[in-house]
Design a protein around this ligand. Structure first.
Ligand code: ASP
Length: 600
């Protein structure tokens, strides 16, 4: 915005005036950023959301300032004339001018802020969260919130242009399990009963499809009571969408379009090619996780794995049971790291320590250096001759100069560790530039996930996701559950899942079979989801949808990692609002009203 309406407080904002305004009488209001006294005159930098304007206080006014001090963060109003500055500052928009102040008024005094309100502040994060309203005055957060607002508006523009309606759904609902715990709210009017806060509007958007609102969206708060792993928030925002009479392809097209529209509008980045699509199985095999970072290659090579039934080491005549670790391992995985052949002993030792950290938990790392001169050297020289090492390097498509990093062990653990190692090496090699955006679709997710501990199957996405039509009959055969795939998809950006959705079940009998497969009795299904099952009997159309993590999308677009910095009033890592000091105890009378007695 370039102008504001003129009133008693201001004729212009602090980012607006330039040399073309020289000579104009203006009124400005804002916060005092700095006060600099030079002999008999004083400069004050006045700040508002739009920028900073330098104020010049003459001798008389400076004398007044001496007795009635004006300090940092005071809110003041000044009248004066715009003048060309002698000492220009090309770094700021108003750097050519200053205001020669004729009158000033303190609108409100301020205590010295607990940290400096500058780009490089001296305040720690907890302190800044306690005084969030001050932290929000800093450029970093201000720019982030501006970006968030712009992304929000651009999402709305796009969806509006395609005929989507934004429809609000309730926050006080009945539990809709989506894999996390619910936050619950006691009901005063219905003693001993509770509402749950929605983990997402999933069932409501499906009901809206039943009602005929075939293009729905909502930029909406979701609530999940999870252990807060790094950078999660108990309440977060989704761009939640649903469409009726569609197949997976329609949804991928519309929302690939949304992604491209937003990136073009906000960042000026044009994605002309169709987004790559890979299957879940492919992602797991070559990247070791379902949200691959494809800004770089370094794909994982399976030297021996039950997943692919490949036994490359054997097939190539290399695997002679020579090395016990390899002979015993369920899986052997490798990556070829460019220029790694030059790593010193110290560097390889450090990598070995890295892989042994409790978070990764592997017992060791094997190296094969493929030297630039074509020779090979490894930590398993005792077991393999150079020709055999060369054969392994060939399987791994390694180039001279690379180092092969090899992990062996149990399938799940080893693949996960290799996935982490690949990301770590990608970061070390500078391949993970936050301004290099590489989106892709991951499709064909499994319908179920097996939980060995409880010997039960859970929904991989959520219980409303439909199996692929051609595999529908397998719902009756538990032995086949591992092989059932869904038309479920994730939009992945730079190693982060930014959106996920699926084609839904829309017939009562199939939804009932699904609930049964997930271990719900018919009574439980009726009790929890009777409303949805009922709705499916009154003309439910085929439908599907997707939801994007809005906070995360904004953080990625801002080239930053923490979503907290893109939320005006976030919680800390322990789920606390440091400013409100919430959650907090409530008094007896309030508890009584809602029929709650606290356990000792
Ligand atoms: N409700 C789902 C989620 O929050 C998204 C979807 O399936 O549309 O992940």
């Amino acid at each position: 915005m370039n102008s504001i309406s003129s009133n008693i407080y201001r004729s212009h904002h602090c980012g607006q005036l330039s040399i073309s305004d020289a000579g104009t009488a203006v009124i400005l209001s804002g916060w005092v950023q700095t006060v600099r006294k030079f002999g008999s005159i004083t400069f004050i930098d006045l700040r508002d959301r739009y920028g900073i304007t330098q104020l010049l206080f003459n001798e008389t006014l400076t004398t007044r300032l001496d007795t009635a001090k004006v300090g940092r963060e005071y809110v003041i109003k000044v009248k004066g004339i715009v003048r060309e500055r002698s000492n220009k500052n090309p770094k700021i928009a108003t750097g050519d001018i200053e205001i020669e102040v004729s009158e000033y008024e303190v609108l409100n005094a301020a205590q010295t802020p607990p940290f400096t309100i500058e780009d490089n502040t001296d305040g720690g994060e907890e302190l800044r969260m306690k005084y969030r309203y001050l932290d929000l005055r800093r450029n970093t957060l201000k720019n982030n919130l501006e970006l968030r607002y712009k992304v929000n508006r651009s999402v709305r523009n796009y969806l509006d242009s395609l005929g989507f309606w934004e429809i609000e759904t309730p926050y006080l609902i009945k539990s809709t399990p989506e894999g996390a715990r619910d936050f619950v709210v006691p009901s005063r009017m219905n003693p001993k009963q509770f509402y749950a806060l929605p983990q997402s509007p999933q069932t409501f958007k499906q009901l809206l499809m039943v009602s005929g609102y075939d293009r729905y969206y909502q930029i909406v708060k979701c609530f999940r009571d999870e252990d807060l792993r790094a950078d999660r928030q108990p309440e977060f925002t989704q761009i939640d969408c649903e469409m009726a009479y569609v197949e997976q392809e329609d949804i991928l097209q519309v929302f690939e379009g949304l992604f491209k529209h937003v990136f073009k509008a906000i960042k000026g980045i044009e994605f002309t090619d169709a987004m790559p699509r890979i299957t879940y199985d492919y992602a797991m095999l070559y990247y070791g996780n379902d949200k691959p970072d494809i800004r770089f290659g370094m794909q994982i090579v399976s030297l021996k794995t039950p997943l692919t039934k490949q036994h490359l080491l054997t097939e190539n005549g290399i695997y002679a049971n020579a090395f016990k670790l390899f002979a015993d391992a369920e899986t052997i995985l490798a990556i070829a790291v460019p220029n790694g052949a030059e790593y010193s002993r110290k560097q390889t030792d450090e990598l070995t320590e890295w892989i042994k950290r409790p978070q990764i938990g592997m017992t060791g790392l094997i190296f094969i250096k493929y030297n630039a001169d074509g020779s090979l050297k490894s930590s398993i020289d005792k077991f393999y001759n150079e020709e055999q090492l060369k054969a392994i390097a060939t399987v791994c498509k390694a180039n001279p100069g690379d180092i092969l990093l090899i992990l062996a062990g149990k399938e799940d653990k080893t693949r996960k560790a290799m996935s982490e190692l690949r990301l770590e090496m990608g970061a070390r090699l500078g391949y993970r530039n936050p301004n290099d955006y590489k989106p892709l679709w991951v499709i064909d997710f499994p319908l179920f996930e097996y939980d060995a501990e409880s010997d039960s199957y859970m929904a991989k996405h959520h219980p409303f996701t439909a199996p692929k039509p051609e595999q529908l009959h397998l719902l009756n055969d538990r032995s086949q559950y591992d092989s059932i795939k869904a038309n479920a998809y994730d939009l992945v950006l730079n190693g982060t899942e930014i959106g996920g959705g699926s084609i839904r079940i829309f017939q009562r009998n199939i939804q009932e079979q699904m609930f049964a497969a997930l271990g719900l009795s018919a009574e439980e299904a009726q009790e929890k989801f009777g409303f949805l099952l009922g709705a499916f009997e009154y003309g439910a159309p085929p439908h599907g949808g997707i939801a994007f993590g809005f906070d995360r999308l904004c953080a990625l677009m801002g080239g930053q990692e923490t979503i907290r910095d893109f939320i005006a009033f976030p919680k800390n890592n322990a789920g606390r609002d440091m400013m409100l000091d919430a959650p907090s105890a409530i008094d007896e009378a309030q508890l009584k009203e809602i029929s709650i007695k606290l356990a000792e």
